[in-house]
Design a protein around this ligand. Structure first.
Ligand code: KIV
Length: 296
């Protein structure tokens, strides 16, 4: 049986156990991961949810925003993450365009994330206006995570990445969005980039667990992008990001040390080299000696 870092036995996280955590007021933890190594480390650190976010468009693929990433690219990363996960609940983001064109197409794409990617749920952005589609996907036995507030796939409609829900009418719409997702039966609702007070109201109103990012401490859980907490984004951090490590400095130091060792012939050492077995070495010396003798 595997244990949490605190030595407690680990259970597989499911839709039901996430709901139970909300009922028991136990904070839910979520991080993104986009490859096998990160998935292993995050899972072994007993994080509840691993999200293969479409933020991989920027963090892994260097796109300017999330709009360009395709279903096939998302699936490639989801499969790698799936191979590294044992206990966490695995959610994959449906990328822009994969659920906007038609219901059948959306159900087909969602199905691919479960069958081909190994995800346990798919996430899609939007509230009230997605509720019918989300019901259809849940009808197809696929758990869905909602995502409202600052929804990065709407960057062009929102005219930039701006905190949402600041006016009374915007708060009312966010409440309607959250309630619509709750009634549709989503597994959890991501609340991104909204005032703390609004996130607290939504969290109190819905039975579904809320997972905040830039939404204050009153959500049922918190998510951050793993590249943000490790300083691997090459960009100024948003207000809500807390850095827990400096992987950029770690990687740069290691790479520079390797370069210095190779250029100064300090690497590899004899102890880092393979050697011939003694008998072969002796036989080789005899052959070389004979050759030298014949050339005299
Ligand atoms: O793509 C992503 O990483 C996300 C989280 C920030 C919620 O959607």
């Amino acid at each position: 049986m595997s244990l949490t870092p605190a030595g407690e036995p680990r259970q597989k996280i499911t839709v039901a156990s996430l709901r139970e955590k909300k009922l028991q007021h136990q904070p839910i933890t979520c991080l993104t991961a986009y490859d096998y190594a990160a998935a292993r480390l995050v899972d072994e650190a007993a994080i509840d949810i691993i999200l293969v976010g479409d933020s991989l468009a920027q963090t892994m693929l260097g796109y300017e925003n999330t709009l360009a990433v395709s279903v096939d690219e998302m699936l490639h990363h989801t499969r790698a993450v799936h191979r590294g996960v044992k206990h966490a609940f695995l959610i994959a983001d449906m990328p822009f365009g994969s659920y906007h064109v038609g219901t059948d197409e959306a159900v087909k794409n969602a199905t691919r994330f479960i069958k081909e990617g190994g995800a346990e749920a798919v996430k899609m952005e939007g509230g009230e206006k997605r509720a019918d589609l989300i019901r259809r996907i849940i009808d197809a036995e696929i758990p869905v995570a909602g995502h409202i507030g600052l929804t990065p796939q709407s960057v062009n409609v929102m005219s930039g990445y701006k905190v949402q829900g600041k006016s009374l009418s915007a708060i009312e719409q966010l409440m309607r969005d959250a309630v619509a997702l709750d009634r549709a039966g989503v597994a959890c609702i991501y609340l991104e980039g909204i005032p703390r007070e609004v996130a607290a109201m939504i969290t109190a109103e819905v039975a579904t667990p809320t997972i905040g990012i830039g939404a204050g401490p009153d959500c049922d859980g918190q998510v951050l992008v793993i590249h943000d907490i490790l300083n691997l984004t090459f960009a100024p951090a948003a207000k809500f990001v807390r850095r827990y490590g400096d992987a950029a400095a770690l990687i740069t130091d290691a790479v520079q040390a390797f370069r210095a060792d190779v250029t100064s012939r300090q690497y590899p050492a004899d102890s880092e080299s393979y050697h011939l077995p003694k008998e072969t070495q002796q036989a080789l010396e005899t052959v070389l000696e004979r050759k030298r003798w014949m050339q005299r």
